[in-house]
Design a protein around this ligand. Structure first.
Ligand SMILES: [Zn+2]
Length: 80
């Protein structure tokens, strides 16, 4: 996930929005948040919803509004 280094919140948001759009275009209906699995780097806002299955249509682009990290390194992944 080193490509996230140096990204601003706005860039993370744009990246996340694009990713969700691409998955919608690919017909992926459900997504889930995955953290970077580095102790201390995962933000609590993302970890709080990490095992939830979210309807892609309603997924909020990262960083979540209450994400407390300078760079949110979490990503959405497709789930069935
Ligand atoms: Zn986050």
């Amino acid at each position: 996930m080193s490509k996230y280094k140096g990204m601003s919140r706005e860039e993370v948001r744009q990246h996340s929005t694009r990713r969700l759009d691409e998955m919608r275009a690919a017909g992926i209906k459900f997504v889930s948040v995955m953290g970077c699995n580095n102790p201390g780097e995962d933000c609590e806002a993302c970890m709080a919803i990490k095992d939830q299955k979210i309807e892609n249509e309603f997924a909020t682009p990262l960083p979540l509004p209450d994400c407390d990290k300078k760079f949110c390194k979490c990503i959405y992944i497709a789930v069935q």
